[in-house]
Design a protein around this ligand. Sequence first.
Ligand SMILES: Nc1ncnc2c1ncn2[C@@H]1O[C@H](COP(=O)(O)OP(=O)(O)OP(=O)(O)O)[C@@H](O)[C@H]1O
Ligand SMILES: [Mg+2]
Length: 215
Amino acid sequence: MSKTLLKATNIAHAFDYQLFTDINFELSTQESIAIVGRSGSGKSTLLHIFSSFTKPNKGNVNLLNQEIYHLKEDNIEAIRRYELGIIFQAHYLFKGMTALENIEIATILSNEKIDNRLLEQLEIKELMHQKIGELSGGQQQRVSIARVLNKKPKIIFADEPTGNLDKETAQLVMNVLLTYVKEHNAGLVLVTHDESMAKLCNKRYRLENQILEAF
Ligand SMILES: Nc1ncnc2c1ncn2[C@@H]1O[C@H](COP(=O)(O)OP(=O)(O)OP(=O)(O)O)[C@@H](O)[C@H]1O
Ligand SMILES: [Mg+2]
């Protein structure tokens, strides 16, 4: 049976200009949802709002059955650490460490073991002993995705996870994410510019003129 993982209601937010006024959004287990839209439309901001990092000016975000912006910081931290997989545009790997050390840190923090199958699926198993600084941008991106999935999150929030990748590698990364969602009864919210990646998801929305419209 599918369960609701995320429910956002009547979300409004503005920075210099009004980004959106009344966004409603729901994500269930086994579900992948893509959000597309022009640069500056507020996609990353919306992802930050859904994932506990930005309190919206108006509206509610219910994440894993908790009103996330009513919780104390310690509780929010615990949810981020154990339940959420955050793949954002800038991936914060430790540059002086190896790929393996970067993944190990995340697994220790979340009490998980390293999943070798995941490293194989992402085609990065052979790179584990190289320093992050020696890897290409796309290889680093895949290491950061492995690091996130290794902690077995309930919800993955991914902001352009295939942005630096060639078509074939992008496809591979999408397959890993979508397989993860099915196998772990998780959910995926994907922000992308690439409509061919969006097509692989169960649902697609466009953020335009301050609203989120299915297409
Ligand atoms: N923390 C912030 N403080 C002030 N303004 C911000 C902040 N974050 C985003 N903005 C502004 O909000 C608008 C939307 O930004 P956002 O990053 O959400 O867009 P986006 O749709 O993700 O764009 P892109 O496709 O280029 O990544 C931009 O004008 C940006 O300058
Ligand atoms: Mg963005």
